[in-house]
Ligand binder design. Structure first.
Ligand code: TXA
Ligand code: MG
Length: 332
């Protein structure tokens, strides 16, 4: 039986006890809820993979608290990594660095690199401070499902697998962290920085801090195992329309409705769709779109829609991450 606890000091102590005993706890972060285990205990970390039904070759992100030192987790820390940490931590940026020999390969899916991030959520930071070590935590959903942005989402997906969920309210950002890989950067040289997964920290913000350009990679499984083309997937089929095609998408919805389908519509701004079962918009606010995205995808399933017609937001800022997740969610 799963127990949802509040964010009191007593709850944090309870969660620390479960983690120290090798158990797993669902924890709020500013991006999505994570399923956390003691990163230094391979047996505990294994439970995370089992609970999610996640292949063991898909590495986890290690979450670090305010006092943590990158050098305890990475065998080599380029200056660029210190710069990015200073600028964006705590925050929605994960950095892939060479694995320190003390980091278990169970955490890293057998790889020689490790992903590190300091979450910007007061509850996660208090838990990390009280725990005193690193917490390996993927998103707290069953493998392939939509990531959870509320405690209730975690319970609905993993309620049979997890004992404890800390309720820290709905997640502020709503899509997973930006993942960057840093290669090289020895002897004061700049590292090669590549975005493996889009998130709230975009390429311009990264380049602004680094003073040099960052690359983006094709979503290859070799570079970021677990970054499958089909992922973050609701049951409802999605039909994606390019940005600024609200009129065409509305006509498409009307056609689908007249053919008897149960249709939903989703877009950044306004769209008039008479006859649609549901129509969601973000009021023109890209941050609201990101924050609400996974809630809408869950509701699309709950509404038993035959199809959800989505107009993509323009490719800038956090909408780059929204577009990425929608493309994956639309891939069967
Ligand atoms: O916002 C987030 O990042 C959330 C919260 C809980 O922090 N976590 C999250 O974890 O999204 P997860 O496991 O669902 O996605 C992490 C992804 C993996 O799919 C994998 O592609 C990538 O991080 N990753 C982790 N370690 C890596 C490594 N050593 N090399 C390349 N990619 C790595
Ligand atoms: Mg995930």
């Amino acid at each position: 039986m799963v127990v949802i606890i509040d964010d009191s000091d007593q709850s944090i102590s309870l969660a620390v006890g479960v983690l120290r005993a090798g158990g797993i706890v669902a924890v709020p972060t500013e991006t999505v809820y994570g399923l956390a285990a003691d990163a230094s205990e391979p047996a505990a970390v294994s439970k995370v993979f089992t609970a999610k039904g996640r292949p063991f070759a898909h590495p986890l992100i290690v979450h670090l608290g305010a006092g943590a030192s990158l050098e305890d987790w990475a065998a080599h820390v380029p200056d660029d990594a210190f710069r990015l940490a200073a600028a964006f931590w705590p925050g929605p940026l994960s950095m892939v660095l060479p694995r320190h020999p003390s980091v278990s390969t169970v955490v890293t899916g057998g790889r020689d690199t490790v992903a590190l991030r300091m979450p910007a959520h007061p509850v996660a930071l208090r838990l990390l401070a009280a725990f005193g070590g690193g917490l390996a935590a993927p998103s707290a959903n069953r493998f392939g499902n939509v990531s959870p942005t509320t405690a209730a989402d975690v319970r609905a997906d993993l309620g049979d697998e997890v004992e404890l969920i800390i309720d820290g309210g709905p997640c502020e950002i709503g899509v997973e962290s930006t993942i960057v890989e840093l290669v090289g950067g020895r002897a004061g040289r700049q590292a090669m920085v590549t975005i493996l997964r889009a998130g709230a920290v975009g390429p311009e913000a990264l380049a602004g801090v680094l003073g040099h350009a960052v690359g983006t990679t094709a979503r290859g499984p070799a570079r970021a195992p677990g970054m499958l083309a089909s992922h973050y997937a609701p049951r409802t089929p999605l039909e994606l329309w390019p940005e600024n095609t609200e009129d065409g998408a509305a006509r498409r919805v009307a056609d689908l409705v007249s053919s008897g389908a149960r249709v939903g519509a989703l877009c950044l701004g306004r769209i008039e769709v008479p006859g649609a079962a549901v129509a969601w918009d973000a009021g023109g606010d890209a941050a609201v779109f990101a924050r609400s995205l996974y809630q809408w995808l869950r509701r699309a399933d709950a509404e038993n829609l035959d199809i959800l017609v989505v107009v993509l937001p323009p490719p800038e800022g956090i909408s780059l991450a929204v577009r990425d997740r929608l493309r994956r969610a639309a891939t069967r």
